[in-house]
Design a protein around this ligand. Sequence first.
Ligand SMILES: *Cc1c(COP(=O)(O)O)cnc(C)c1O
Length: 428
Amino acid sequence: MSEYKLGTKCLQAGYQPGNGEPRTLPIIQSTTFNYESSQQMADLFDLKESGYFYTRLANPTNDHVAAKITDLEGGAAGMLTSSGQSATFYSLMNIVGAGDHVISSSTIYGGTYNLFAHTMKGMGIDFTFVEPDISSEELAGYFQENTKAVFGETVANPSLDILDIEKFAAAAHENGVPLIVDNTFPTPILCRPIEWGADIVIHSTTKYMNGTANAVGGVVVDSGNFDWDGSADKFPGLTQPDETYHGLTFTESFGEAAYITKMVTTLMRDLGSIPSPQNSFYLGIGLETLHLRMERHVENAEKLAEYLNNHDKITWINFPGLKDNDQYELAQKYCPKGTSGVISLGVKGGREAATTFMDNLELASIVTHVADSRTCVLHPASTTHRQMNDQELEDAGISADLVRISVGIEDIEDIIADVEQALAEVSK
Ligand SMILES: *Cc1c(COP(=O)(O)O)cnc(C)c1O
């Protein structure tokens, strides 16, 4: 559906029923699929034929939803995972192993930081964290012989730093490795990283994409643009024969779908982080209104940010859509229609005042979640990022007084009134 605009794709891409088939995407809640001969099944196992045989590897409901997101991102192939965390993990494990090195922006989601700095480090993979505003020259100096990928977040959760995708993509490509971008906050409605040079895009679909907070999920989308064979010795898993498939070579057999096909047929086969088809169905419904919801999230966040800017109970406010924000220029470049509905701020009086403010909110709820249709708030230093020490917090762009407000799509008058009365309770 590449000729259509994004809103049309939200509704129509990924599933086009044939004559007499169900108009809405069916939930194929079956672990297994039926075949007439064992030869047909054998060919599927050898990847000689494509088809479904076991939901741990692939399922039609999941695939149709993955196809919709792939189309929205302008990618070549995509795969759903059971969570955003597994999407991040798979996107790297598909191309790195023990002894390898990855460069990551330091302003990333707390769960991603733990995955990289602790769990994957324990698996023998080394990470270097760099400030997103690092110069190209300095960035070039961090590449090593064993560097296999560069990672960053388009709009960082929760610091809201904008990734200069072109700068990171250029550095990655000069060194023959791909750039992987987590595009959870802007969604493809507000930014399409592939157009700026990202090779692989991942999401926690749990957030705006699902929109209703009823299913955890993730997705990996490959642009199909990266030349794996051009860096063949760095990526043997893609460019050399795979013994578990009788010596098949992924790049040779699958072309621009090589990266995702390898991910499905090796990582998903072996680790099995498949989403339930039921959850993918909910995600598919969420995606149908993504374009409308993102527009309203941005509009509401802009209005709330304007209200809070210069408010006497606020020490600072961070929203890349405000003209005096240090990320404004980058935000205008990469996300001209808005960065997301997320605002962060410091309440006068620090950690304690932040808690008073949050506890007095009536409409907005305190949840770990973010990027939901309903307005919600979180204090990252004591929740999502509590495993980090003060230095790690500072490096990730998070202060102890930071409150993150994820502005929903309710009526903005009600959201502002709620914030107003809760701020009035602070240090009365
Ligand atoms: C939530 C989040 C994740 C992790 O996703 P889950 O679906 O919770 O596993 C990764 N990246 C970002 C930017 C997130 O906000």
